[in-house]
Design a protein around this ligand. Structure first.
Ligand code: ATP
Length: 457
């Protein structure tokens, strides 16, 4: 049983400025969300951290930023135009529309992964699964629903001008494989990563920001020599799992689930999901890591007529590289981090505090400067301006020190820095740490080093 209800956590995220309903003043738009001041900052920190750990700190990887709109042939080659379709069923009574596999899974606990449409119809029939909205049993047959958003380029809305909003960032990497390999002079093994928006017209979005129609992905396509792919696959599963653990996520809420052979895509030699025990479901996918063999590059080579193989400069061998793909959604990481960090702690007496135990590296605000008295505003402001140059800090002189601590605990700020009258004499400030609530006297001259060391990943 999760410690806190999902409603409690989402209410906190909405009221404290992490996430707002999209287009709220017009009554919202189904399952669209805007990230507020704190949410945008947390999201940016997650992306920066991924970029640092997967691109900048990696001896193998480089990063790109490709276009959202791509030549439609890309989606023919990738299989998205034909195959990127979920089985959907409609309730004939209330017109509710559901993803057949999710409907079956939620009602029976059975997995419908890899089942044909006919098999899913039979599972719905055999288990007499009723509509979750109206309780009736009157379904259409399962049928395909393409998840790509379609639009038109230019002034004419005809078949030739159709383009799609990309449903994943990966294809922008595959089509640039040769460009990057050549221009960045990369030798196999190497990876190309990118962060960007993806769009899927999900049939049943929901659970707050868990399944949305517009989201951000952080994807790495790691190219290696055939035969070394399973070792690299294991390497990246471990690397991603360690990234999540280093964020401080509780291990009992995490698991790695290897897909059964019948669940695997026909081209994949192995796929594992890192899953988190979200409060609204048993286990939900956060990160997918897949050995995609040479499927993507072979397909693009076939459809474009361009050579996408690699010539090994040492052995003179020529081959189409295999690819291992770790792919994660920023919103899924964001939600996992917030669910895991949220806590309401009992303090002395009847007192309690809401606190988000966010890893300092992703916390939206690193420190809050709290002058003990308004008479110290000038000096405290100077300190604030000095720290601002390096860290995202806030300045707060409203209310008692205790209230200021609580406000900052609730949004996950790791340090509150009190400038008091002694500071004028001894050049020190009191740093109060969020989790332990311990207070330490630190020299102002050493404050930047103190913070830097403690917010490192
Ligand atoms: P699911 O089974 O949950 O639909 P998927 O297996 O289709 O996910 P992938 O295509 O492997 O997902 O996408 C890679 C990652 O992108 C996922 O692990 C997830 O973190 C994220 N992601 C995919 N779809 C969505 C969505 N609709 N909203 C938010 N994040 C998403």
């Amino acid at each position: 049983m999760p410690k806190y209800s999902f409603d409690e956590i989402t209410a906190h995220l909405k009221s404290s400025g992490f996430v707002y309903q999209g287009s709220e003043i017009y009554g919202g738009l189904s399952n669209s969300w805007d990230f507020g001041v704190l949410g945008a900052s947390l999201k940016k920190n997650i992306k920066d951290l991924w970029w640092k750990e997967f691109i900048e700190k990696s001896p193998y990887n480089v990063g790109i930023d490709s276009a959202i709109l791509m030549n439609s042939k890309t989606w023919e080659a990738s299989g998205h135009l034909k195959g990127f379709a979920d089985a959907m069923v409609d309730c004939k009574e209330c017109k509710g529309r559901f993803r057949a596999d999710k409907l079956i899974g939620e009602a029976t606990g059975l997995s419908a992964e890899g089942k044909s449409f006919e098999e899913m119809d039979k599972m719905i029939e055999d288990n007499h699964i009723v509509c979750p909205d109206c309780g009736k049993f009157n379904w259409t047959n399962a049928r395909a629903f393409n998840l790509m958003f379609k639009t038109y380029i230019g002034t004419l809305e005809d078949a030739k001008s159709v383009v799609y909003l990309r449903p994943e960032t990966a294809q922008g990497i595959f089509v640039n494989f040769a460009n990057v390999q050549r221009s960045a002079r990369k030798k196999i093994p190497f990876g190309i990563g990118q962060i960007g928006k993806s769009f899927r017209n999900e049939i049943t979005p929901g659970n707050f920001i868990f399944r949305v129609r517009e989201f951000e992905q952080m994807e790495l396509e790691f190219f290696c020599k055939p035969g070394t792919d399973l070792d690299w696959y294991k390497y990246w599963v471990d690397y991603c799992y360690s990234f999540v653990k280093r964020l401080g996520i509780k291990e009992e809420n995490l698991r790695i689930r290897a897909h059964d052979p019948e669940e695997l895509s026909f081209y994949s030699k192995g796929t594992s999901d890192i899953e988190y025990a979200y409060p609204f479901m048993d286990w939900g996918e956060v990160w997918g890591i897949a050995d995609r063999t040479d499927y993507d590059l072979s397909q693009h080579s076939k459809y474009s007529g361009k050579e996408l193989s690699y010539l090994d400069p040492e052995t003179n061998e020529k081959y189409i590289p295999y690819c291992v793909e770790p792919s994660v959604g920023v919103e899924r990481l964001f939600l996992m981090i917030c669910c895991d960090a949220y806590d309401v702690e009992k303090l002395e007496g009847d007192d309690e505090r809401t606190v988000m135990h966010l890893h300092p590296a992703v916390a939206p605000i690193k420190a809050c400067i709290c002058p003990l008295s308004k008479k110290l505003s000038e000096q405290a402001n100077k300190l604030y301006e000095d720290l601002c140059a390096e860290f995202r800090v806030e300045y707060d002189e409203a209310g008692s020190i205790g209230k200021r601590y609580r406000r900052n605990d609730a949004i996950g700020t790791p340090f509150c820095i009190t400038y008091d009258f002694d500071s004028l004499e001894d050049g020190c400030v009191t740093v109060r740490e969020r989790d332990s609530m311990e207070q330490t006297r630190v020299k102002i001259d050493e404050l930047k080093d103190y913070i830097r060391e403690r917010i490192a990943f």
